[in-house]
Write a protein that binds this ligand. Structure first.
Ligand SMILES: [Zn+2]
Ligand SMILES: [Zn+2]
Length: 593
């Protein structure tokens, strides 16, 4: 027997494709659970199997099924969870990709590139479906996707639990960032936890996850351990400063609708500040489009006629999308911290939530860490990662008070769990992120914190020391959920740069695949492009070695056919990282114009 099949029991086999593919053998016929690339179809003869009659999917991630749209579809029936219809059907999947990046977190981080035809959506939670000779009893185990199912199947006198990506062995979850359905609540993780509670109530002999090892000893324990680790993750999302009290700063409402925080410091709209310098004019912090109409009435009321500069604490559109407008309307200069400028200068570079609709080039890059002056004000500035990685904070003295402008980080406890939340998609980190920023705030020891969303409050060191302790717990909770290291929590460890590309039919497209190695050991990467059917890659396979704690880029090229249809297309990277095959590990959007 070829070594690629592992025998798990009588008439039960495992093939390590881009996901675990399980085969239930019935004489010369078979049922497969999940599909991967379909490479396993070439090795069926090793098992004496002549025909696959059915393929049952656990969830609609491309690593589970990409072979089905890459030419490996056979005569077999494909069964999928009823709740995954939108991610597998042509119209709705095209809409998903067309509107991708319009908002915060996507409804799937690993949606298929292409739809599937002829799928029976005949598997639903709390129902049993006869698939050939096997009864698939479905339990909702949302998480990796909202519609994901686990199946309990009795096969040759044993109860099997096919749990998809709901559980990875050892109390972990494969790529736990899939559970972050939005950028701040534990909604997805809570749903996942409840699914595991229910799966854990069932009796079974073998736990068969979609990635990693199978579990035959104390199989239910593996589910309970993952549920327990999920609870710690959910608690970490619950609050960054549990026990802290609100310490709001009162402001003075003005007739124009703005509020005066201090002499010369005003808050207008919901996110923006105006600082007035007697020498230099105005500095606008975090301008967003819905607020910008309120700037002119404020300027009139206080008798100011000049905006000299505008800046943003982070790249999110609700803090930065009017930078260009302030520049245009008031001939103000756009000043940006280098970390904030990175996603703004080329908004197509990264796949990030809450991007501005257009790129914004700064007129001046502020120091990454240091001092800048605005009129009589001396600002200190530094990176301030937290809610998002691409964040900074700056402080200065205004009317004798030390004021810290810190965007969306560290809010009063009643607002958004004390922060704007954390999620991998926003690049949140703990020790290197929230803790670094909370320590910076403690070192600054400001009197007042001026944040976005109409939040101004009195600083308390005790509040920020709580955040430091929380960071440690959150880091532990995330690491405990990751099968390997926190590399599994990095949704951009493998990525195309730029993420969004524009090209004409007939063009040769040069793509850059970037791999970030967060681990302490060197990694070997091999990559190839998976493109639409008639697109040719003239640079087939590339290899790279990625040293510990660093990034490497691989060049991959692609010829776009002259008859390529206008509109959005997707290419993916098939990667092998340290011998582990990851089909379609990341995608790039190609807009043909
Ligand atoms: Zn998955
Ligand atoms: Zn934000």
């Amino acid at each position: 027997m070829a070594k690629r099949w592992t025998t798990l029991g009588r008439d039960l086999f495992l093939y390590r494709d881009s996901c675990n593919v399980y085969l239930l053998r019935d004489g010369e016929r078979a049922i497969a659970v999940d599909f991967g690339t379909g490479a396993w179809l070439d090795d069926l003869a090793d098992l004496g199997v002549a025909t696959v009659d059915h393929v049952v999917l656990t969830h609609a991630h491309r690593d589970q099924l990409c072979g089905l749209y890459r030419g490996r579809r056979g005569d077999f029936a494909v069964h999928a969870p009823a709740g995954e219809r939108d991610l597998l059907t042509s119209g709705t999947l095209a809409d998903f990709w067309r509107h991708y990046q319009r908002n915060g977190c996507p409804t799937s981080y690993a949606a298929p590139r292409l739809p599937l035809a002829d799928v029976a959506f005949d598997l639903a939670a709390d129902s049993e479906t006869l698939v050939g000779p096997a009864r698939f009893c479905a339990i909702a185990t949302p998480g990796h996707t909202a519609g994901a199912l686990s199946y309990i199947v009795e096969w040759r006198d044993r109860q099997l639990a096919f749990c998809g990506d709901a559980v990875h062995a050892d109390g972990t979850v494969h790529q736990p960032y899939h559970l972050e359905w939005d950028h701040w609540t534990p909604g997805g993780a809570l749903a996942a936890w409840h699914g595991l509670e229910r799966l854990g109530y069932c009796g079974f002999d073998l736990l068969l996850p979609a990635h990693g090892p199978t579990v035959s000893k104390r199989a239910r324990q593996a589910v309970h351990r993952t549920a327990k680790n999920l609870l710690a993750f959910i608690r970490a999302k619950g609050s960054v400063c549990a026990g802290a009290k609100n310490r709001w700063l009162d402001s003075e409402p003005l007739a124009c609708g703005a509020r005066q925080i201090l002499p010369d410091l005003y808050q207008f709209g919901s996110n923006s500040y105006l600082l007035v310098s007697r020498k230099a004019g105005g500095l606008v912090v975090d301008p967003q489009r819905p607020d910008i109409d309120q700037l002119a009435p404020l300027l009139r009321q206080i008798g100011l006629d000049r905006i000299a500069a505008t800046t943003a604490t982070h790249y999110h559109c609700d803090h930065a999308d009017a930078l260009d407008e302030v520049r245009r309307q008031y001939r103000a200069a756009v000043w940006l911290h280098p970390w904030v400028a990175e996603p703004l200068a080329d908004r197509d570079r990264y796949d990030l939530p809450w991007l501005t609709p257009e790129s914004i080039a700064p007129d001046r890059l502020l120091p990454a860490e240091g001092v800048f002056r605005f009129g009589e004000y001396r600002f200190r500035i530094r990176p301030f990662p937290g809610q998002t990685w691409w964040h900074c904070a700056f402080d200065t003295e205004i009317a004798g008070r030390r004021v810290l402008f810190s965007g969306d980080n560290f809010q009063p406890p009643t607002r958004w769990n004390g922060s704007g939340g954390f999620c991998a998609f926003n690049g949140s980190r703990f020790e290197q992120g929230f803790a670094r920023s909370a320590q910076a705030a403690l070192d600054i020891d400001p009197d007042i914190v001026c944040n976005g969303h109409r939040i101004a409050y009195l600083f308390s060191a005790a509040h920020y020391r709580r955040i430091l302790r929380w960071s440690e717990r959150a880091e532990k909770a995330v690491r405990a959920l990751c099968p390997e290291s926190d590399i599994d929590y990095d949704c951009r460890a493998l990525r195309f740069e730029p993420f969004v590309n524009r090209a004409r039919p007939g063009a040769r497209l040069q793509l850059k695949l970037v791999s970030r190695n967060r681990s302490a050991t060197t990694r070997a990467l091999e990559a190839a492009i998976a493109a639409p059917e008639d697109w040719r890659s003239d640079m087939p396979r590339r290899r790279a070695t990625i040293p510990a704690h660093s990034e490497r880029a691989l060049a991959l090229a692609l010829r776009i056919p002259r008859n390529a249809a206008p509109g959005r297309h997707l290419v993916a990277a098939d990667c092998t990282l340290d011998g582990r095959f990851l089909a379609e590990a990341c995608v790039a959007l190609i807009d043909i114009t």
